[in-house]
Design a protein around this ligand. Structure first.
Ligand code: F0G
Length: 462
């Protein structure tokens, strides 16, 4: 019988003009490569990777318009035209008057943390991000997670698992006092929770609380466009607003933002902070000179700023963000058809495999997610990343491992880079491993660097 059309497909609003060949490798080659890399996918050479889903950070394909912009970047040391072009776009789309470029997101986190945090302070946030929390801790703060409980449960279907539990915040305020909390560190979507968004309603409730308590709010707007898309799709009252309108409205309650431009803006390098606060702006400009470079380039070339400015225009196009998130969803749904446990709802930038459920015979200290990401590479040359006990690091006071509830492998999608066939190959590889999962052995850690150990830690097979 002829098949009936149930739902019409979408496709990317672009076609491919330039291609970059990738190396096809054998299983024996990959077994050797991952062993040499200490079973850490961060330590593989990218040329030995077939489909690179390590991160969506700086790995995006720029448009012809962005590449054209690179040619006309103004490479002046001071007062570059490209800087002013970018500043105008930041004002227009993020709605913040003041702007300082940085070489990437963590540099902006560094400046914001240094300016706002005093030793002994507390930073409350919706889960943590690795570099964000580290800069807050290095500035002397203790980080307190105030995300809703649902976020720690991979199978909970809450539509806004990035939301903040205001009762948790209130408890902290009562314990330490509002004066010890220089700002609330809000992210949307929340990377470590599985790319889960925060709702406008939650932001507005948080803002009402913070106004009363006299606490400032800062936003990690690294993937804010993805958050805006989820708001449009899921939250009552936003279906008819544009992504640009939602983005701007979302940021109104915040005193400032930091951004890794390597994500939403679809460039290969860049970051910035933007704020409504003139005093913070002045200090950030001053610190920028110390750590990044003059405040009109912040560690970037003029051409990078030109590409970022054009990326901002492209990131808010509805069809662009729809195709980006649509691709991630396609991968997640296909994995679910094979019964593979993933974090639900499917996130904005990545599909997260639930390694605890995938490898229930491994204890968390045998690094199930680290193990699974190494096994996927060996099976098919697909590179994902661990987001579990290794990423969570150690408790800053006790020195013990943090044991996060979420033990995940992240398959992250660079924007505009891979095709549906690449995703099919990825899914089939993981499905094969899932069938053979009982044979998979865990790992032990044999080298642990002091900071952000997931980047450079080394492991051996048990
Ligand atoms: N904030 C979030 C939410 C991020 O995901 C990242 C980076 C940063 C800040 C730091 O920005 O890398 O430009 O210094 N995330 C990358 C990732 C590394 O793979 O998720 P950066």
């Amino acid at each position: 019988m002829a098949k009936k059309i149930v739902k019409r497909s979408w496709a990317e609003p672009f076609k491919i003009k330039v291609v970059e060949p990738i190396k096809m490798t054998t299983r024996a080659f990959r077994e050797k490569a991952i062993k040499e890399a200490g079973y850490n996918t961060f330590l593989l050479r990218s040329e030995d990777v077939y489909i690179d889903l390590l991160t969506d950070s700086g790995t995006n394909a720029m448009s012809d318009n962005q590449w054209a912009g690179m040619m006309i970047g103004d490479e002046a040391y001071a007062g570059s035209r490209s800087f002013y072009t970018l500043w105008d776009k930041v004002k227009k789309y993020y709605g913040m008057p003041y702007f300082v470029p940085t070489h990437q997101g963590r540099a902006a986190e560094h400046l914001v943390s240094k300016i706002l945090i005093k030793p002994g302070d507390y930073i409350a946030g919706n889960m943590y991000f690795t570099t964000t929390r580290l800069h807050q801790e290095l500035a002397g703060a203790t980080f307190v997670d105030i995300i809703i409980d649902e976020a720690h449960d991979p199978q909970n279907h809450h539509q806004f698992k990035g939301n903040i539990d205001i009762n948790k915040l209130d408890k902290l305020v009562k314990e330490v006092g509002a004066k010890k909390i220089p700002y609330i560190s809000v992210a949307g979507p929340v990377n470590m929770a599985g790319g889960q968004p925060i709702s406008m309603k939650n932001i507005s409730e948080l803002s009402a609380y913070c106004r009363k308590a006299g606490i400032k709010m800062w936003f990690d707007a690294t993937r804010a466009v993805e958050n805006a898309y989820f708001v449009k799709e899921r939250e009552a009252g936003y279906a008819d607003k544009t992504i640009a309108e939602i983005l701007k409205e979302m940021l109104v309650p915040f005193d400032g933002i930091w951004v890794s431009a390597k994500k939403d803006l679809m460039v290969n390098i860049g970051g910035f902070l933007a704020t409504r606060n003139k005093k913070v702006f002045d200090e950030a400009k001053n610190l920028c000179v110390v750590y990044e470079g003059l405040h009109t380039y912040g560690g970037l070339a003029g051409r990078d700023m030109e590409a970022m400015a054009r990326g901002i225009e492209e990131m808010v196009e509805y069809d662009t963000i729809k195709a980006r998130i649509g691709q991630v969803e396609y991968c997640g749904l296909k994995l679910m058809q094979y019964g593979i446990p993933i974090v639900e709802p499917i996130g904005g930038h990545a599909v997260f495999l639930d390694a605890k459920k995938f490898l229930p015979h491994l204890k968390q200290i045998q690094f199930p997610a680290q193990t699974l990401s190494a096994e996927i590479y060996v099976d098919s040359g697909v590179r994902g990343m661990e987001r579990g006990i290794v990423s969570a690091g150690r408790n800053i006071k006790t020195g013990d491992h943090n044991y996060p509830k979420l033990e995940l492998v992240r398959l992250t999608f660079p924007r505009r880079v891979y095709t549906q066939a690449h995703i099919d190959v990825t899914v089939e590889s993981i499905a094969q491993l899932y069938e053979d999962r009982k044979k998979i052995r865990g790992l032990k850690m044999v080298y642990e660097p002091k900071y952000l150990r997931f980047f450079q830690g080394r492991f051996e097979k048990l």
